[in-house]
Write a protein that binds this ligand. Structure first.
Ligand code: PAF
Length: 290
């Protein structure tokens, strides 16, 4: 695996890739886990060459403490990527990505008006800044993102299409620990007690999916009388029943527009999205309800 620590070296390495090659790209912030590796493997299955980037993007952190504590494990990451068959790793510095400060404001089509959007002001604009900059540099044919960050994935699909990037966005399933906890770089920051509590999040999501399908089916006949708002509140209560977890939001949204629904029939596809504080760590997860 070739590792480039600056833009000039990376451009040189890129110039050696044959034009006919399909480039698969996996942008990351490092602290890699099986979820990231599954993206790299998926890329390897469908592309001639896989490029991974590791860059902890300062513009997407609205909380400086979160940026400071973000785990950094470069040596270990390199080993994992090498094993996964990644050919080229780009580890740029801040000046490579932002030679000047990036003042671009993106139209995110209202997809940032729920969930993480209002709770992390500027976060998705920062994601758009770094992802477009990386697409401009790497010029991939395919880019791979995990469904764990459901809202991020929707927003990336949106601006890629709006800005007519010739990049196909490939959504990859959330990878979970054996107890159901969605893999995340932030999981390593949990205390032992918080880590034991955290699978409650996914348990609550699965339970909600069961209630939602019973409710949606029953709407054809005898309604159970549970609205999306009631189910969201039930999920929050369920998670909060563990004293180490505090739900920041539980929202049932239209999977395409990410707008909160008030009725089960409001959208063809529905997603339940949650953010939970296991302080100071913030965990997010989601599940498809229909
Ligand atoms: O999902 C992430 O790790 C980041 O938000 C991304 C897409 C690499 C942009 O910094």
């Amino acid at each position: 695996m070739t590792i480039c620590y600056n833009l000039a070296d990376f451009k040189q390495a890129l110039s050696l890739i044959p034009n006919s090659y399909k480039i698969g790209f996996v942008p990351t912030m490092g602290a890699l886990h099986h979820g990231h590796i599954s993206l790299a493997k998926r890329a390897k299955d469908s592309c001639n060459i896989v490029i991974v980037s590791i860059f902890v993007n300062p513009t997407q952190f609205n909380n400086p403490a979160d940026l400071a504590r973000y785990p950094r494990t470069l040596e270990d990451d390199c080993k994992k990527l090498e094993e996964a068959g990644v050919a080229l790793l780009f580890v740029p510095g801040v000046k490579d990505i932002y030679p000047q400060s990036d003042n671009r404001i993106f139209d995110l089509g209202g997809l940032d008006s729920t969930g993480e959007g209002p709770r992390r002001p500027g976060h998705f604009n920062g994601v758009a800044q770094v992802v477009t900059r990386l697409f401009d540099i790497v010029k991939p044919n395919y880019a791979f993102f995990g469904e764990k960050d459901f809202q991020q994935l929707s927003i990336i699909k949106h601006f890629t299409k709006e800005m007519q990037y010739p990049v196909e966005i490939i959504a990859c399933p959330t990878i979970r620990e054996s107890d159901g906890l969605a893999m995340s770089s932030r999981n390593t920051l949990l205390t032992k007690e918080q880590r034991e509590a955290a699978p409650e999040i996914y348990r609550a999501l699965v339970k909600a999916r069961e209630v939602a399908s019973a409710q949606i089916l029953s709407d054809n006949g005898n309604s159970l009388g549970i609205t999306p708002a009631m189910l969201s509140a039930m999920v929050a209560d369920e998670i909060n029943s563990n004293p180490l977890l505090e739900t920041e939001y539980a929202e049932i949204v239209n999977s395409l527009t990410l707008q909160i629904v008030t009725d089960w029939a409001d959208a063809e596809e529905l997603q339940l999205c949650v953010a939970v504080n296991a302080s100071p760590v913030r965990l997010i997860d989601n599940i498809k309800l229909k």
